[in-house]
Design a protein around this ligand. Structure first.
Ligand SMILES: [Zn+2]
Length: 200
């Protein structure tokens, strides 16, 4: 069983945080800004976000569109997310960290299937729109449904980027850039740790 208390103690000892700038088109262009200060994961009972209903599009595991459904947003405390996800996915999906490129489980996943949110199971991407971006992060030129993701402006790290979150649970998934392939010209640069791959 996952020992969240143990992880919390380990995190309190953690003094550095991986931080990467995501960019580039064909190479893993990133800059590690290490030791930017003491990093604490405050995985307490605080529940972030506001309750409410949203409409998402459901998909079967083999990628079939099952239509729209109005569902409740998923809100959990940091402590519950940490217990559910484990340390790595918690820091990335709930704390907006970025995984080290070429270390995720699905950047080189080439099987047919779909990618669901690691937190709430919402269907996010299909293998049919996945492409090799050369960045070491799983990359797609289109989400399964625009209703299922939530873009927002991200001005952190001195850059203007568009962050992509899960519409239902607000998980940090990655960023979207304008240097992707046709037909959209978009590159959804995702963290493998924020998603779960379901082979068809
Ligand atoms: Zn989610």
């Amino acid at each position: 069983m996952f020992d969240s208390a143990k992880v919390l103690r380990q995190q309190e000892k953690q003094t550095t945080r991986r931080l990467f700038l995501i960019g580039g088109t064909s190479a893993a262009l990133y800059v590690a800004l290490s030791r930017i200060g003491r990093f604490h994961v405050e995985a307490g009972e605080t529940v972030h976000g506001s309750p409410g209903d949203i409409t998402i599009v459901n998909f079967s595991d083999d990628g079939k569109n099952l239509g729209k459904q109005t569902v409740s947003k998923v809100l959990k405390s940091d402590r519950d997310w940490l217990q559910q996800l484990g340390k790595n996915s918690y820091e990335i999906a709930r704390q907006a960290d970025t995984e080290i490129p070429y270390t995720g489980v699905s950047w080189h996943e080439h099987r047919r299937g779909i990618f669901r949110c690691i937190c709430c199971d919402t269907a996010l991407f299909s293998s049919q729109t996945k492409f090799d971006s050369g960045t070491g992060w799983p990359s797609f030129w289109e989400p399964l449904a625009k209703e299922n993701i939530s873009p927002r402006n991200d001005l952190s790290l001195g850059m203007a980027r568009t962050e992509v979150r899960c519409a239902r649970c607000d998980a940090h998934l990655g960023h979207v850039f304008n240097d992707g392939p046709e037909p959209t010209g978009l590159r959804y640069c995702m963290n493998a740790a924020s998603m779960r791959f379901i082979p068809a």
